[in-house]
Design a protein around this ligand. Structure first.
Ligand code: HEC
Ligand code: HEC
Length: 303
């Protein structure tokens, strides 16, 4: 090897080592989901039969229906702006399905297409994916259902189908919609208010109304008030919200890829702060009278 090549190699190695130490070499290419993140694919007996890798968005371009999938991705990310007729508040689907529905414990879309149709306790019957999505439109988005056969609905489902690509019906990727929380703990809303001020208000505002950018879109979504989810949403329930908050909030706190989320609050703290913000003023939900027709409603239901 020529001396000049050895020097170039040496300098490159030194730069890589410094880069790795600072973290930017490992993380630089990952504005999207981290590609090395594999999850087991399990059969119905929970035996691992393969490994699923969260697909990077650039893979969408390899699909024959790429335009439709990309439109679905846009609709899920920018729902309030693109579908004002159907969204009744300031939220986007991915305000809660964070990281574009690619993140374990934060309501990922990874198993969604495979899972439906399924029986939902709240509906007391089997629902298909279209109905499930429209449930989020009416509750989480405080809005109106999308036409079931329309282009927008098809595009959203195309994105979810793409996320689950290669996973056979009857098997599942080993990720959870939400992580565990100790439901025996009693919420303390007074402590919750203090946690809110310390850990949440910088982004969501001390009045809970979120924060907008110069274009008028929310960068930090509202947690209560007219522009937030209504009392019929899963997120309006203390323990469901606490499951989200514990694993998803506050973001950008640590090296937990891809969004540095969670890992800050204990179960008790997540429950306290969730009791506080879920019980602040928010829109009512007319369809609430039909919920949980066949069973006792959960203890944290708001009605
Ligand atoms: C306020 C938060 C929030 C918003 C906004 C929201 N969702 Fe959800 N969504 C949830 C929660 C919480 C769940 C239940 C997750 C769980 O318990 O597994 C859920 C569940 C779902 C499911 C079922 C997932 C599965 O695999 O079973 C789908 C599909 C879904 N949402 C689609 C949407 C769509 C599409 C939008 C936008 C129109 C939307 N959601 C907006 C919070 C939200
Ligand atoms: C560093 C800023 C930041 C902090 C601090 C923060 N959040 Fe968030 N939160 C966000 C962002 C950003 C989103 C939406 C994610 C997206 O759009 O990708 C979000 C979404 C949410 C949502 C779902 C959407 C909605 O509006 O209902 C809830 C609930 C939530 N946060 C609760 C909390 C709680 C409780 C705390 C304190 C423990 C907290 N957040 C701290 C930035 C923050």
């Amino acid at each position: 090897m020529k001396t000049s090549n050895v020097i170039v190699l040496g300098v490159t190695m030194a730069l890589l080592a410094t880069g790795a130490a600072w973290g930017f070499v490992t993380f630089s290419a990952q504005a999207d989901a981290p590609e090395q993140l594999g999850h087991a694919i399990l059969d119905k007996d929970k035996n691992q039969i393969g490994t699923y890798f969260v697909p990077p968005d650039r893979d969408i371009l390899k699909e024959p229906n790429a335009a439709e999938i990309l439109q679905g991705k846009r609709l899920l990310n920018e729902t309030a702006r693109l579908l004002p007729e159907n969204v009744g508040n300031g939220l986007n689907c991915n305000s809660c399905h964070m990281g574009q529905g690619k993140v374990d414990n934060i309501a990922p879309y990874i198993n969604t297409s495979n899972f439906y149709p399924a029986v939902m306790p709240r509906a007391g019957k089997e629902v298909d994916l279209v109905t499930r999505i429209n449930g989020c439109f009416q509750r989480s988005m405080n809005g109106k259902p999308l036409p079931p056969q329309g282009e927008d609905m098809k595009a959203m489902i195309a994105y979810m189908d793409w996320m689950g690509k290669g996973v056979e019906k009857g098997t599942r990727v080993d990720v959870r919609g939400a992580g565990p929380i100790d439901e025996s703990l009693i919420p303390d809303p007074v402590n919750g208010e203090a946690i809110y001020a310390a850990q949440c208000a910088t982004c969501h505002g001390i009045d809970g109304h979120g924060m907008k950018d110069q274009a008028g879109d929310y960068i930090f979504p509202p947690l209560w008030g007219d522009e937030s989810f209504n009392i019929g949403a899963g997120m309006a329930r203390t323990y469901k919200a606490a499951q989200f908050v514990k694993y998803a909030m506050p973001p950008a706190q640590n090296y937990n890829l891809p969004i540095g989320q969670g890992g800050v609050l204990t179960d008790q703290e997540a429950i306290d702060v969730s009791e506080y913000f879920t019980h602040m003023e928010r829109p009512d939900f007319a369809g609430k009278v039909n919920d949980w027709p066949n069973m006792k409603k959960p203890k944290d239901a708001r009605y």
